[in-house]
Structures are given as structure tokens and as C-alpha cells.
Design a protein around this ligand. Structure first.
Ligand code: ROI
Length: 159
């Protein structure tokens, strides 16, 4: 089994409800074990500002899937939970990003791990730090140090 971290984000429809339904579902899928989630956070959109606020969270799970099989599984869930993609960096009903896969560094046309944007995103680092305060990236940087390097956090904990 490998430990994986996955970022959740949604800002269309009822994002909080979408994430809670997803989390319920993930407790019962054979692909993932020991699913644990951070609090949910409300965050202002990064990118185009003319879209609703996001609800973001990070989950940790154990899996026997290989990285690309896990990616397929996550993309399938995005489709199932009604992803609507209008434009790059536009609003979406559910976005699932594989952040970390064990201590692996992977560069594949379909998948880069660690997720390249994660080190600059408060809506990823804050929930990740809540879930795993001692965690570090494969290159040795700690989540705490990355968080200290961010200019400010603009996140409100929902639960
Ligand atoms: N902004 C926030 N706050 N949360 C997200 O999950 C998110 N996802 C995105 C972009 C459009 C970059 N902005 C976001 O894909």
C-alpha cells in the first residue's frame, strides 16, 4: 500500500455538498483505504475572479493502485460528480488533483507528481498541513516551511 494525498476543490452547484457526498462515497470504494480528510475551507478563487468562491480540502488515503491507474480513478470520479469545464482555470463542479504519491517523483505526459502548483497554493497547503503537519516533499521541503513562505492565507475553515 502507498500513502497518497489528493486535493479537492469545487465552486459550482453546491460545492460543500458535492465534497461531502464524495467523501461518503470514498469511504466505500475498493480503490482506497483509510480515507481521512482535512476540514473543508472556503477560499477566494485563484485565477479569474468572476467565479464563485471555492470549497477546498485535502485527503489522505492508502492505495494499491499505480499512479496512472489512480489518476484514471480520480478522473472518473470527476466525471461522475458532474464536472462542467468551461475554460482553462474556470469554474468546475469537482476538481481532484493528485498531490503526492508515497515519496515518488514522477514526470509523465499525463501526470506530474508532486503536483507542480501545490507549493504556491494556500488552498492546498493549509488543509495539507492540518492533515499532516510533519510531512515533507520528496525534495525534503516541509509543508510548514512552504506555508511560511506564502505571502498570506485567505482561507476560512468551514468545519
Ligand atoms: N482557486 C481556489 N481558491 N481553489 C481551487 O481549488 C482552484 N482551482 C483552480 C483554479 C481555477 C486555479 N483556482 C482555484 O483550478
Amino acid at each position: 500500500m502507498n500513502t497518497v494525498y489528493i486535493a479537492l476543490g469545487a465552486n459550482l452547484g453546491e460545492p460543500e455538498r458535492t465534497l461531502r457526498e464524495l467523501l461518503d462515497r470514498l469511504q466505500h470504494v475498493p480503490e482506497l483505504a483509510r480515507v481521512e480528510c482535512s476540514s473543508l475551507y472556503r477560499s477566494a478563487p485563484m485565477g479569474p475572479q468572476d467565479q464563485p468562491d471555492y470549497v477546498n480540502a485535502v485527503l489522505r488515503a492508502q492505495t494499491n493502485l499505480a499512479p496512472l491507474a489512480l489518476l484514471d480513478f480520480l478522473q472518473h470520479l470527476e466525471d461522475e460528480f458532474g464536472r462542467v469545464r468551461s475554460r482553462r482555470w474556470g469554474a468546475r463542479t469537482l476538481d481532484l488533483d493528485l498531490l503526492l504519491f508515497a515519496n515518488l517523483e514522477l514526470h509523465h505526459p499525463r501526470l506530474t507528481v508532486p503536483h507542480p502548483g501545490m507549493t504556491e497554493r494556500d488552498f492546498v497547503l493549509v488543509p495539507l498541513h492540518e492533515l499532516a503537519p510533519e510531512l515533507s516533499l520528496p525534495d525534503g521541503r516541509t509543508i510548514g516551511a512552504l506555508l511560511d513562505g506564502l505571502p498570506s492565507h485567505d482561507l476560512v475553515k468551514i468545519t
